[in-house]
Design a protein around this ligand. Structure first.
Ligand code: 7TS
Length: 412
């Protein structure tokens, strides 16, 4: 891999250098959140040391600088996902808030009784619950596309579920449970052919692969900064300008207005119409530094490292008796998330026992209860990689997993 040295890269991440329970930390919970390189931490500290001010108001030096930094970050995000205009980039708190913004603003205005909203059964709760709410309020129908036995999509099922009554198709590009990467470009195209809009939840894909909104021709894309080396509290909503312009504001207050009279208000132009109140400048600055870091490493290297680890971990897990993997086994269109169960062991016991070996993994329903029910999986454990993970860490994880059944009193 060109210029890729994982041991050097790891030195940029202070959190990864720690010991946990007396053992070197093996952090395999990157789908939940990633760690932050020093450059991101420094960028935020620098902002507070030199520029801290409330942007978009006042003409003093610090205020102008804060506005510039905030808008530079927006432009950086625009380039990163290849949006046509920086006005199409709205900063939010996270992917969840971005999805709520679309649901409350677009959904409340454009969904009517009997309309259909279509999602995948594998969605994260943040791409289900807002739609349930809109469906209840508008007497619309929330429909699910189910997966095949390989945890992938059949286009036939897609074409059965998306109909002329469908107004919104909203799906994650990569499942946070199964690791499946779904063909969002084809699905967006099919949604459009039926007159529906397409929303892509990029929370798990944007950190790991090049996502180009013009190539996907998606109407909206959402993602969170904290899953891609950035800080918590900053997220992105991309929307096509023509749609964002037709949508009413979601939150009301300062910064999102043009004129306020006693009884009426006119709203600011995009993107400010959707950014009420003092924005998260620190978060935007951190997100920009995170994008700089990711692009410096390069998606080719990121993908290569993650796929090598995924292939190796799948192989090692499959050698183990009592392990069941939920997700595609072959590497095509799959990312570095592996969910599994260990027969006879509650996932909370699994995570507590591996934690004694320094291994951090996720246990539970992964905020995807409808999927768990569909898979008839009581609860599972999950490992998820980022490019800073190593093969040695996979070995430590496997060794720690081998202890679990013994600790719980099984003979093998
Ligand atoms: N969409 C997907 C596909 C996700 O995986 C998550 C978070 C979200 C949306 C919500 O992101 P947030 O930043 O708004 O919270 N997924 C997980 C996870 O898998 N473990 O913890 C959070």
């Amino acid at each position: 891999m060109k210029g890729f040295n994982v041991e050097e890269i790891r030195k940029d991440f202070p959190t990864l250098m720690q010991k946990v329970n007396g053992k070197p930390l093996v952090y395999l919970d990157n789908a939940a959140t990633t760690h932050k390189p020093i450059s991101v931490l420094n960028a935020m500290q620098d902002y507070y040391e030199k520029f801290n001010a409330n942007p978009n108001r006042g003409a003093h030096f610090l205020g102008v600088s804060a506005t510039e930094l905030y808008e530079n970050a927006r432009e950086r995000v625009r380039q990163f996902i290849n949006a046509k205009s920086a006005r199409e980039i709205i900063f939010t708190r996270n992917a969840t808030e971005s999805l709520n913004l679309i649901a409350y603003s677009y959904g409340m205005k454009f969904i009517d009784e009997g309309d259909e909203i279509v999602v995948l059964i594998s969605e994260h709760h943040s791409n289900i619950v807002p739609w349930q709410k809109i469906a209840h309020m508008k007497k619309a129908i929330l429909k699910y596309i189910y997966l095949n036995h390989e945890y992938r999509l059949d286009m036939e099922e897609v074409q059965t579920k998306i109909t002329d009554r469908t107004k919104i198709v909203s799906l994650a590009q990569m499942s946070n449970v199964l690791g499946t990467i779904f063909p969002v470009k084809e699905i967006a195209e099919y949604a459009h052919s039926k007159g529906a809009i397409a929303i892509v939840d990029g929370a798990q894909s944007v950190p790991h692969m090049k996502v180009d909104v013009q190539d996907l021709n998606t109407d909206f894309l959402v993602f969170s900064g904290h899953k891609m080396l950035g800080p918590m509290g900053i997220g992105v909503l991309y929307g096509k300008k023509e749609l964002l312009e037709k949508m009413p504001p979601f939150l009301m207050g300062g910064d999102m207005i043009e004129y306020v009279e006693e009884q009426t208000t006119t709203f600011a132009e995009l993107p400010r119409k959707f950014e009420a109140g003092t924005p998260n400048v620190e978060g935007a600055v951190g997100l920009k530094a995170a994008i700089d870091y990711i692009e410096e490493i390069g998606f080719e290297n990121i993908n290569e490292q993650e796929m090598e680890l995924t292939a190796y971990a799948l192989e090692r897990l499959r050698e183990m008796p009592h392990v069941k993997i939920y997700g595609p086994i072959d590497l095509k269109d799959r990312g570095g998330v592996i969910t599994f169960s260990l027969e006879g062991c509650h996932p909370h016991d699994v995570s507590t026992i591996v934690d004694t070996c320094g291994v951090a993994l996720r246990a539970g329903h992964h905020c995807a209860q409808p999927l768990m029910k569909y898979l008839k999986a009581p609860a599972t454990s999950r490992i998820s990689f980022y490019f800073y993970n190593t093969k040695e860490e996979v070995d430590i994880f496997i060794d720690s997993l081998k202890r679990v059944r013994k600790w719980l009193g099984y003979e093998s």
